[in-house]
Design a protein. Structure first.
Length: 128
C-alpha cells in the first residue's frame, strides 16, 4: 500500500507500513532562483513537501549523499526516503519486507534503476 503526496514540483510515494519511500524530483533545468532569498523554487518546494512528512527524511549513504534509486521514463530522478523510528506502522520490519516494498514502488512508478553508486543531481539554482 503506497500513499502519494504531491507539491508543485515534487512527488513523495511512501509505504507507511514499513517506512520506505521515493521522492520524485523535477528536472533541474526547470528550476528558478529566488530573487529574495537563498533558496530556489525547487528547493523551497522540496523542503515544504518534506515538512508535510514529519519523521521522514531523505536516505543518505555513508558519505551523506542522497541515495538515487533510479529515473522515471521522463528522466526525473527518484531518491530514497526513510521513516524515522516510531513513524512507520511496523517498528522494525524485516529487510526483505523493506526491499519488497521498495520494489513495489519502483514497479508502480516504472523506475529504471541507476548504476550502483550513482549520485543524484541535488543541484538547485541559486543555492550555495
Amino acid at each position: 500500500m503506497s500513499v502519494t503526496l504531491t507539491s508543485a514540483f515534487h512527488e513523495a510515494h511512501i509505504d507507511p507500513i514499513v517506512g520506505i519511500g521515493l521522492l520524485v524530483r523535477p528536472s533541474v533545468v526547470a528550476d528558478v532562483a529566488d530573487p529574495f532569498g537563498p533558496n530556489s523554487a525547487h528547493l523551497s518546494d522540496m523542503l515544504a513537501l518534506m515538512a508535510r512528512l514529519p519523521g521522514w527524511s531523505i536516505s543518505a549513504d555513508d558519505f551523506g549523499d542522497a541515495i538515487l534509486v533510479g529515473r522515471l521514463a521522463d528522466g526525473h530522478e527518484a531518491i530514497s526516503l526513510i521513516a524515522g523510528i516510531g513513524v512507520a506502522v511496523v517498528d522494525d520490519p524485516a529487510m526483505e519486507r523493506v526491499m519488497d516494498a521498495e520494489e513495489a514502488l519502483v514497479a508502480e512508478l516504472g523506475i529504471v534503476r541507476c548504476a550502483p553508486g550513482e549520485l543524484p543531481s541535488m543541484d538547485f539554482v541559486g543555492t550555495l
